[in-house]
Design a protein around this ligand. Sequence first.
Ligand code: PGA
Length: 251
Amino acid sequence: MRKKIVAGNWKMNKTLAEGLQLVDDILKLSNENDEVIKIIAPPFIHLASVAERVKSVKGFEVAAQDCHQMAKGAFTGEVSAEMVASTGTRYVIIGHSERRTYFGENSKLLAQKVASALANNLIPIFCLGESMEDRNANVHLETVKQQLKDGLFSLLPADFTKVIVAYEPVWAIGTGVTATTHQAQGMHNFIRSEINKKYGKVISENTTILYGGSCNAENAKELFSCLDVDGGLVGGASLKASDFVAIANSF
Ligand code: PGA
């Protein structure tokens, strides 16, 4: 089923105490509305504590910002999908543009991460999006199509239905430049039509597609009013409780 989701990606911000304070502030300001799923994605080391904090609160979930593709072993510093799941976390962001850019994560690796997440009953929030160069060269649709194909389209239909897609144009992430509703709706519609071609209408209509990239309390309503935008993946604005809650209330 297509869901309404607002996910807060904290990236590498907040100590444990600061993070738990932010969660408490968010919970205080939120109404218990499980029509919109609010997902908090803190750094790995906060997952268990944040999951414990929100465990009995309706409509709240926790996501990791990444996971390793292998099940276990000698991979110093890494965290497996099984370890993430063992904290009570149910979602995992995979393929964020910062992982692709700064950590060299390519499509082949990301497909392995998706498989590992699904094998451990985690719901992948799979990120994709074009650079400004791609958009200027008018190859943005091609880029996103390729990312979909390489990262997700090897999945069997039953597995694909578990995935959430997040369209995050690289030029909009952390820049204060948001995609226009025309640009966002255009790409979301394109993504849905590619999913339709691959998996059929029922699955494409039921796929949740989030927008990310300078989404904030001011522009969320307009973005979420687009037919094919089912919510947001929010970075900077998720670090302030009142902004995150305002965005979650923007449907
Ligand atoms: P931003 O980040 O909201 O700060 O642009 C979005 C993201 O990276 O998921």
